[in-house]
Design a protein around this ligand. Structure first.
Ligand SMILES: NC(=O)c1ccc[n+]([C@@H]2O[C@H](COP(=O)([O-])OP(=O)(O)OC[C@H]3O[C@@H](n4cnc5c(N)ncnc54)[C@H](O)[C@@H]3O)[C@@H](O)[C@H]2O)c1
Length: 276
């Protein structure tokens, strides 16, 4: 049940592919809290995913846009302005894809055409979205922009591959735009660093079950679920967080500040016990 935290607000939510997508849950929660939403995803996701079901459930229009295309993004913001009769109050970037991960190219043998695609789809697209909104003046004053990221931007998770570099760039883009958009229109820009979550993108990383189980065993509060991430996004889009900007916000049950947990200590008990 909602608390009208987003009553009267309008937002754009990218990246809802199917009901496991984090963006799917965010869209449902934002709708529940009273927001009017425009959905967007890559044209191919329209054919493969189930976004139409979500659109019907929350009474939203879908505007297809490849996040690497500035033309598409421009059309997205222009259409959103028409739909909502003016600027929007929040934007969620929930987009990630690495052709190197898809094609099992390890970090030590990257294909550089793929690498540029990874950075373009997963990070530069955030810059493109914000720059387009900025130049079209498509955000309302005190608006909130957020992107989903992962802790591989700070620590090494070998199988996360070139997505780690993309996330580091994504987080830097948030800081830089937070300055510029804050000055211009009091718009805040943040990244939310989410726990491993079973979704199409998440499960595409090899050894994802190990990431998930290890983080679960290390975090005092356990991994954050997609539903909990949606709650966090609602808070970030609400007026209760107006002065939070240029931050990378960990939403991970405490994992990012852990050294070792009792459970993991238990697994390594015994003199000389180690993983070969
Ligand atoms: N699942 C996790 O464990 C986890 C953890 C931390 C952060 N994240 C991040 O959350 C975000 C959402 O991922 P998810 O886990 O919900 O998976 P998902 O696969 O449901 O969502 C990824 C979305 O990116 C979209 N996309 C890919 N290429 C695109 C393009 N060119 N243009 C527009 N959209 C495009 C896909 O269509 C899809 O909807 C990603 O940024 C991901 O890195 C996920």
């Amino acid at each position: 049940m909602g608390n009208n935290l987003l009553k009267g607000k309008k937002g754009i939510i990218s990246g809802a592919l199917d009901e496991s997508s984090i963006a799917w849950k965010v869209a449902l929660r934002c709708h529940e809290e009273g927001a009017a939403i425009t959905l967007t995803n890559a044209p191919i996701a329209m054919r493969m995913g189930k976004i139409n079901e979500l659109a019907t459930a929350i009474n939203a229009e879908i505007v297809p846009a490849d996040a690497t295309s500035t033309d598409d993004i421009k059309k997205l913001f222009e259409r959103a302005k028409e739909i909502h009769g003016g600027g929007v109050d929040f934007v969620l970037h929930s987009i990630g894809m690495s052709p190197n991960v898809r094609k099992n190219k390890p970090y030590t043998d990257l294909n550089y055409d793929f690498y540029l695609k990874t950075l373009d789809i997963s990070a530069a697209s955030f810059h493109k979205m914000i720059q387009t909104a900025y130049q079209l003046d498509a955000m309302n004053e005190w608006g909130s922009i957020a992107a989903l990221t992962y802790m591989a931007a700070q620590r090494v998770f070998p199988n996360y591959n070139d997505m780690a570099d993309a996330k580091a760039l994504l987080e830097s883009v948030a800081r830089s735009w937070g300055y510029h958009y804050g000055l211009k229109k009091k718009v805040r820009v943040n990244t939310i660093s989410q726990s491993p979550t079973y979704t199409t993108a998440g499960s595409g990383v090899s050894g994802f079950d190990v990431f998930y189980n290890y983080a679960e065993s290390m975090s005092p509060l356990g991994n954050a679920t997609a539903e909990e991430c949606a709650n966090y996004c609602v808070m970030m889009f609400s007026d209760l967080t107006r002065k939070v900007t240029m931050q990378n916000l960990f939403h991970d049950g405490g994992y990012s500040n852990m050294g070792v947990s009792g459970k993991v200590m238990e697994a390594f008990k015994g003199e000389g016990k180690k993983v070969e």
